[in-house]
Design a protein. Structure first.
Length: 308
């Protein structure tokens, strides 16, 4: 049974005339009559008494009319609600970022700006466990509107967000610092560059993350070759920090993530400033994204960034 058959029947019940009802439904009378006949065949009962003038409904037709009106009304309401949801989803800003940046910059920068603008933002929390390639796929596949990420020239997969199709704003800068736990005298347990006989146990970033190529690139360009032995790898800076604090080895961590620990002495820097890895924090979007709320957010974000 097709929904338009119900609408045809309601129109016929209202006009009591095949020709006028067909006009209301914008179909020819033969087509309209055929659809009413198909409806009766589907219901296996006569709904229209064609022997009266004007036409009338059979007892079964009167019962069926009530159901037809209720069904079409519910469908209209459901369609309207679905369209509202669709409009809300289309106007939302879909946002992805890494775990460490979500805990810091999203709450401090992105969320407050959206609240001031009255814009709804949908944070994909699954992205906190993604590899770098997953972020690129989400942006190029139009599954996300905004991406907040670390940038370093060695992060090669970010080159897929070419300038013709994407744009970015550098909203801040960060430093990865080599951190280790401290002894009872709050002295670092390990110091760079280490020795060949006693390499420093190293908690590294997984190769698929943003930060792994940045750290590797920086270490390869040091005058003193770091003597490191990879103990394990992880995708989350917070997890690496936890292992470092337990004394398992050295890890390069975002400075903002460890400022308190460094101040309290539970962590210490394992080397001089030449071991620090400079990073940018960038916000990316597709140039041709037509989301009106994204346009408003992007303009406001650029204005505020220029005033900083």
């Amino acid at each position: 049974m097709e929904i338009r058959w119900l609408e045809d029947f309601i129109a016929l019940a209202k006009t009591r005339h095949f020709s006028r009802a067909a006009d209301e439904q914008n179909v020819t009378q033969p087509t309209f009559s055929r659809r009413i006949k198909l409806l009766e065949e589907e219901m296996k009962v006569t709904l229209i008494d064609r022997n009266t003038l004007p036409l009338s409904l059979t007892p079964a037709g009167e019962i069926f009319l009530q159901s037809a009106e209720m069904i079409t009304r519910q469908l209209r309401d459901a369609k309207a609600r679905c369209l509202e949801i669709k409009e809300q989803e289309q106007s939302q800003i879909r946002f992805i970022t890494t775990q460490s940046l979500f805990l810091g910059y999203y709450r401090d920068f992105v969320e407050p700006l959206c609240q001031r603008l009255g814009i709804s933002i949908d944070v994909n929390m699954k992205s906190s466990a993604w590899a770098g390639a997953d972020f690129i796929n989400a942006m190029t596949g139009t599954e996300s509107d905004l991406m907040l990420c670390f940038w370093h020239p060695a992060i090669g997969f970010l080159n897929e967000l070419d300038e013709e199709h994407f744009e970015y704003v550098t909203i801040d800068r960060e430093i990865l610092v080599p951190c280790v736990a401290t002894n009872e005298q709050q002295q670092p347990l390990f110091e760079l560059p280490g020795t060949r006989k006693q390499p420093i146990p190293y908690i590294a970033y997984d190769d698929a993350t943003f930060l792994a190529p940045a750290v590797q690139h920086h270490l390869q360009r040091q005058h003193d070759v770091p003597q490191l032995q990879i103990l394990t790898s992880n995708i989350h800076a917070a997890s690496i920090k936890a292992m470092v604090k337990e004394g398992f080895g050295i890890g390069w961590l975002p400075k903002r993530l460890v400022n308190d620990s460094l101040s309290f002495g539970s962590l210490a820097l394992a080397g001089e400033v030449n071991w620090n890895v400079p990073l940018e924090i960038r916000l990316y979007r597709a140039r041709h994204n037509a989301n009106p709320n994204l346009q408003q957010f992007w303009q406001k974000m650029q204005d505020e960034h220029l005033r900083r």
